[in-house]
Write a protein that binds this ligand. Structure first.
Ligand SMILES: [Zn+2]
Length: 83
């Protein structure tokens, strides 16, 4: 089986498979796992969050406008929720 979550294969994935996890809000983490929320919508999350329940996935925030910089870390922490 090919390794789809590590190595060169990731380089072709947008932003090399990394981003901000919508659930734990970890930045620059690999987002290669999907969870389904209660509406049946797929959310791309990090490995830590790959096993969350649909209820938790419902609370996923939109990370498109979230910045990666450390100075925004406080804002991220405010939105953060315990998983
Ligand atoms: Zn996560």
């Amino acid at each position: 089986m090919a390794k789809t979550k590590r190595g060169k294969g990731l380089w072709n994935v947008p932003s090399k498979g990394r981003g901000t996890c919508p659930i734990c809000l970890s930045t620059r983490i690999k987002l290669l796992y999907t969870v389904t929320n209660s509406e049946g919508k797929q959310v791309t999350v990090c490995k830590k969050c790959s096993s969350v329940e649909a209820k938790v996935a419902d609370k996923a925030v939109n990370t498109v406008n979230l910045a990666f910089r450390g100075k925004h870390r406080r804002v991220l922490n405010q939105q953060k929720q315990t998983v």
